[in-house]
Design a protein around this ligand. Structure first.
Ligand SMILES: Cc1ncc(COP(=O)(O)O)c(C=O)c1O
Length: 365
């Protein structure tokens, strides 16, 4: 009955799926595995008990948080906009710029929400394939730009799910030659020392998004932010829902910004863990792509690995059906305990007879 009223172009869409069911080890969503810093917890509880004003709507402009983010990046608060996760800012950007059937240029493989959000906003995703080791080719992006004349270009660096980075010089080469808005997604930016934020003064069509969901370990509060020229922030503000950031999330993010030294320590630990995990995976015989983020793209020629890991309540992200990522899974770097558990499980699965194609596939190579 209702079906005939659904937008025709969305009829075959499935809602975004993310397994939240029972698990022992969760390495599928590129989250930070550490618990909240103790000081953050204490500050939040103190604030909550003394002066929360949850009977009121939040500040629709998240002014306090934008001010602090401005200080953090040495920019004006008017160059910052906050979203319910950086996901919401991708959506707001598309809502602000796309007319029906406008094109959005997206690297492939990359974060799946770019394509979905484009389609939800009546746009058409056009892709540029990443080639050798999934590196970005500036010329390919520029060629696609001239061919498709997109309304928006998206660059993700470090790229999800491949982990590779696009250099500042290369990004600038692209931005300086195009006139449409360019979204640079730095969701994993804290794991590298690279950001395009200092370039917002030079390029008014540049929009950068960052998030509290990854390095800051606050995926549960749904808070992201975007940075850009006053012009681009004004445009995206038009489509930002009012009161989008709730009081609890804004406060938590403000307290998190005071804990940068703790997060820096966690990032260093995770970088060491990434090295260890990469070595272990290579010893097992996996291909591991170089990653600048907190996850590894891993190719392992075992048909049922994802399923077998899930049976053991270990969640990783399955990409084996993606045309560019055959036999690939993406593993979030966890604590040493989690990583060890995962490695042991992969070894067990490979060594077990059941569903094991590994040896067969290896001998074909
Ligand atoms: C590249 C990239 N961008 C954006 C997001 C969205 O993050 P959030 O909405 O939690 O800020 C993700 C989440 O996985 C991501 O991988």
């Amino acid at each position: 009955m209702i079906n005939k009223y659904i937008r025709k172009d969305l009829k075959d869409f499935q809602p975004y799926y993310s397994p939240t069911d029972h698990y022992k080890v969760k390495l599928d969503a590129n989250e930070n595995p550490f618990p909240l810093p103790q000081n953050l917890k204490q500050e939040f509880i103190k604030w909550f008990q003394s002066e929360n004003n949850l009977n009121r709507y939040p500040d629709t402009n998240s002014t306090e948080l934008r001010k602090e983010l401005g200080k953090h990046w040495n920019i004006n608060k008017d160059n910052v906009i906050c979203g319910v996760g950086s996901d919401q800012l991708i959506d707001c950007m598309m809502k602000a710029f796309l007319e029906p059937k406008d094109k959005v240029l997206i690297p492939n493989p990359s974060f799946s929400m770019y394509t979905l959000t484009t389609q939800m906003n009546h746009g058409i995703p056009v892709t540029v394939s990443l080639k050798n080791n999934y590196d970005y080719e500036v010329d390919d992006i520029l060629t696609a730009y001239y061919k498709y004349k997109p309304k928006i270009i998206i660059l993700c660096t470090p790229n999800n799910p491949t982990g590779n980075e696009l250099s500042i010089q290369n990004i600038e080469q692209i931005i300086s030659q195009v006139s449409c808005p360019v979204l640079v997604d730095e969701a994993y930016g804290e794991f590298t020392n690279i950001s395009m934020i200092p370039f917002i003064k030079k390029y008014s069509h540049l929009f950068i998004i960052r998030t509290f969901s990854k390095a800051f370990g606050l995926a549960g509060i749904r808070l992201g932010y975007g940075v850009g020229s006053q012009e681009i922030i004004n445009a995206i503000s038009i489509t930002k829902p009012p009161f989008n950031i709730n009081i609890l999330s804004e406060k938590m993010a403000l307290f998190a910004l005071k804990q940068i030294p703790t997060y820096d320590k966690q990032i260093r630990i995770l970088q060491n863990e990434k090295k260890w995990l990469e070595e272990q995976l290579k010893l097992i015989g996996c291909t591991v792509y170089p990653s600048k983020a907190n996850f590894l793209l891993v190719q392992i020629k075992h048909k049922d690995l994802y399923k077998n890991l899930k049976e053991r309540n270990i969640l990783v992200r399955n990409f084996s059906t993606h045309p560019h990522l055959s036999y690939c899974i993406r593993i979030t770097v966890g604590t040493r305990e989690e990583n060890t558990f995962l490695i042991k499980a992969i070894k067990d699965i490979i060594n077990s007879k059941k569903g094991n194609l590994y040896e067969q596939e290896k001998s074909k190579d």
